[in-house]
Ligand binder design. Structure first.
Ligand SMILES: *[C@@H]1O[C@H](CO)[C@@H](O)[C@H](O)[C@H]1NC(C)=O
Ligand SMILES: *[C@@H]1O[C@H](CO)[C@@H](O)[C@H](O)[C@H]1NC(C)=O
Ligand SMILES: *[C@@H]1O[C@H](CO)[C@@H](O)[C@H](O)[C@H]1NC(C)=O
Ligand SMILES: *[C@@H]1O[C@H](CO)[C@@H](O)[C@H](O)[C@H]1NC(C)=O
Length: 439
């Protein structure tokens, strides 16, 4: 028993002696540490790198001695490198260290969003030393199809919400605009409807949409990392067609062509029609040509009547029918009588006699210049043709034409006066028919 006690006392003594020794030793090590143990020269600078570029984190250690520097991913403590050896299987990672330098660099090529995070530079001292530097990866915005509205069709009066989801780093801002730069109509619970040229937020709430809100909307995602991206979302609003004009009166000259035009607001607008008194006009009618142009909810119906005959004067109806309603408009085509006394008997045939003034009104487009295509019986037809072309092309041809005209004026002055009266007659035509269309 005594012996055992002795042994126990011995053990206790030894243990405390060892403990004492240990603490003294570690104490002396602490004292010496500043002199020769490794330490970090400076903090690791944080870096921000654009997606796909190379990131470099630098760790500078003084007094490394025989010890080694390793890099780890801070998040999960994955070891990436030890000394100048890459440990990770990630082929985009490398380390560099110039022999005479104290700096160990961690390189990550072609950075991905998942590389974002903090990295640890570690020295394998007994009391492990470490410091951390962080990498931010800038990613340009991208619009996510999954969370983003596609083209949408609603009934007038419905509420509709367009949403736009985008990724990117930093997280992108979302802005809404209309493609045609029209104002957005936003419902603000406290102040009612307000119009704005753009709206910020992932959700664009449109309350009680009316047809003027139909069109293309752009959701634009930006985070200052170019390029900003946008998605075009078309909003279609079903509504009853409305005629922009109820009654139009259009004049035309017998034998000429006329383009009758009706403007509607409508969507859908697939079912369009032209009627002449009672019978529907189809395109196959030879001298009738019909067409439709659509710009969002703005729909224009065209009817061209060529070679107008006496029976073509009268009432025309254009209409749009859809599942919600219908609209119709009337055009009355009347004859503009031409006073034949002022018309030269033999107008030029082959020269270009395009009307010099294009009609400005969008609604009543009247072909005003009668077709100057009747056969010519004049004996000096060649001379007249040439004169007419001189007058028509005068402005273009400049000096050359005017010199030719001078020589003509010398050879036959009477032809010149015929040419001038021809020219004046065509102007008076245009004026009288413009007056008619204004009426
Ligand atoms: C680096 O970023 C981390 C986290 O954002 C921060 O705690 C640290 O202070 C930064 N270091 C430097 C040197 O700015
Ligand atoms: C549309 O939204 C407005 C405002 O939030 C609400 O008062 C109204 O009841 C909604 N209409 C429909 C059909 O949901
Ligand atoms: C509604 O309008 C008020 C006053 O202009 C504004 O302070 C508020 O932010 C607006 N709310 C929304 C949701 O736009
Ligand atoms: C087109 O509209 C007319 C009335 O204007 C109607 O009789 C016809 O059924 C409509 N057609 C279609 C395909 O909706």
């Amino acid at each position: 028993m005594e012996v055992r006690l002795d042994k126990f006392a011995m053990a206790l003594w030894r243990y405390s002696a060892f403990f004492f020794l240990l603490t003294t030793c570690s104490y002396s090590q602490d004292v010496l540490e500043d002199e020769w143990t490794p330490k970090f020269a400076m903090p690791i600078a944080n870096v921000t790198v654009a997606l796909g570029r190379e990131a470099v984190l630098s760790c500078t250690v003084n007094n490394l001695g025989h010890l080694k520097v390793g890099w780890l991913r801070a998040e999960d403590q994955t070891v990436l490198s030890l000394d100048s050896k890459v440990v990770t299987h990630n082929v985009r990672v490398s380390v560099s260290h110039e022999p005479e330098s104290d700096t160990w660099r961690l390189h990550i090529r072609q950075v991905k969003p998942s590389d974002k995070g903090c990295y640890m530079c570690q020295i394998n001292t007994i009391n492990m030393k470490k410091q951390v530097g962080c990498l931010d990866v800038h990613v340009p915005p991208d619009i996510l199809d999954a969370g983003t509205s596609s083209d949408t069709e609603v009934q007038e009066g419905d509420n509709v919400t367009l949403v736009c989801a985008a990724s990117g780093q930093p997280p992108p801002r979302i802005q809404w605009r209309r493609e045609d730069a029209r104002l957005l109509q936003i419902y603000n619970g406290s102040v009612g409807f307000v119009t704005v040229d753009s709206y910020s937020g992932e959700r664009l709430d449109l309350v009680k949409v009316d047809y003027t809100q139909m069109g293309a909307y752009l959701c634009i995602a930006s985070n200052d990392i170019p390029p900003a991206v946008s998605k075009r979302i078309v909003l279609k609003v079903n509504f009853a067609p409305v005629a922009r004009q109820s009654n139009q009166v259009v004049g035309a000259v017998l034998g000429s062509s006329v383009n009758l035009v009706c403007n509607f607001h409508a969507y859908p607008s697939d079912n369009t029609s032209w009627y002449r008194e009672v019978s529907e006009i189809h395109e196959y009618g030879g001298d009738y040509k019909i067409g439709v142009t659509r710009m969002s909810y703005e729909v224009t119906l065209h009817l061209t009547v060529r070679n107008i005959r006496p029976i073509d004067f009268g009432k025309y109806f254009c209409g749009i029918t859809n599942n919600i309603g219908q609209a119709r408009s009337t055009i009355t085509l009347y004859e503009i009588k031409v006073e034949t006394t002022t018309v030269p008997s033999s107008p030029p045939t082959t020269t270009t006699t395009e009307p010099t003034t294009t009609p400005t009104s969008e609604t009543t487009t009247v072909a005003t210049v009668p077709e100057l295509s009747t056969s010519t019986e004049a004996t000096n037809s060649n001379e007249i043709e040439e004169l007419a072309s001189l007058f028509n092309d005068n402005t273009k041809r400049g000096a050359e034409a005017s010199s030719r005209r001078r020589s003509y004026a010398v050879s036959s002055s009477s032809s010149v006066s015929i040419g001038i009266s021809l020219f004046l007659a065509s102007i008076s035509y245009q004026l009288s028919s413009i007056a008619a269309s204004v009426r």
